[in-house]
Design a protein around this ligand. Structure first.
Ligand SMILES: N[C@@H](CCC(=O)N[C@@H](CS)C(=O)NCC(=O)O)C(=O)O
Length: 213
């Protein structure tokens, strides 16, 4: 399998697909296409135009199949490797898992617009300012805090004892909350630490720190 991604420091959607492949030990080759200004004549769009109709990362290429959306990539991997339990086994919990992934996929626009992921920077002053000034941001943070603190066990992941697809979906949000120092409950702080301890997350962060582009 080939996975096309953007900069590890900035690309949240790339991080999600990459974490799923890495955590579940699915062999893949990574192709990093560095971000530029995304204009059609620049390298990013030119490179992706050869692979995907949409021109965004991540893109998974497997044999003759091209998948250009993170949720679709995760669903494909879950179906292709059922023995690895990418989704939680319990069907009710799995429905909840899909709902929180979809909520992330289509929502939290204020957070996504004003607090872009930047793993290498300490942006706590900026985060404090944004939080004080922006009510929509406060409401999104409250909702994320609710999702994170609804875990069945304090030491656990979003849908049980093991890391699964929803944790990959919220891992870039953990990166944002860390960089911008956004306020969350104690339970959510435990969740953030749980994510920061996941070896695949640590590997992504290490590589983000090495990026100079
Ligand atoms: N719905 C897509 C979103 C992908 C996306 O927005 N990727 C960003 C990088 S994180 C991108 O490639 N942006 C380039 C652009 O907007 O032109 C997914 O879930 O994979």
């Amino acid at each position: 399998m080939d996975l096309y991604i953007g900069n590890k420091n900035y690309s949240t959607w790339s991080m999600r697909a990459w974490l799923v492949l890495k955590h579940f030990q699915i062999p893949f080759t990574e192709y990093l296409v560095p971000f530029d200004d995304f204009s059609p004549e620049q390298n990013f769009k030119q490179t992706l135009a050869k692979i995907t109709p949409v021109g965004k990362v991540p893109v998974l290429k497997h044999e003759d199949l091209i998948i250009w959306d993170t949720l679709a990539i995760c669903e494909y991997l879950a179906e292709r490797f059922p023995e690895r339990h990418l989704w939680v086994d319990d069907f009710k919990m799995r429905a909840y898992a899909r709902a929180i992934c979809a909520e992330m996929h289509s929502g939290f626009m204020t957070l996504r617009n004003i607090c872009p992921m930047n793993i290498t920077q300490d942006l706590r002053q900026l985060g404090q300012k944004y939080f004080q000034e922006n009510q929509a941001l406060q409401e999104e943070i409250k909702r994320i805090d609710e999702i994170w603190s609804q875990r069945s066990s304090e030491k656990g992941f979003l849908c049980g004892k093991e890391f699964s697809i929803p944790d990959a979906f919220y891992a870039p949000v953990v990166m944002r909350f860390k960089s911008y120092g956004l306020p969350v409950s104690e339970s959510s702080q435990h969740y953030m630490q749980t994510i920061l301890n996941v070896p695949a997350v640590q590997a992504w962060m290490r590589e983000a720190l090495k990026e100079s582009f």
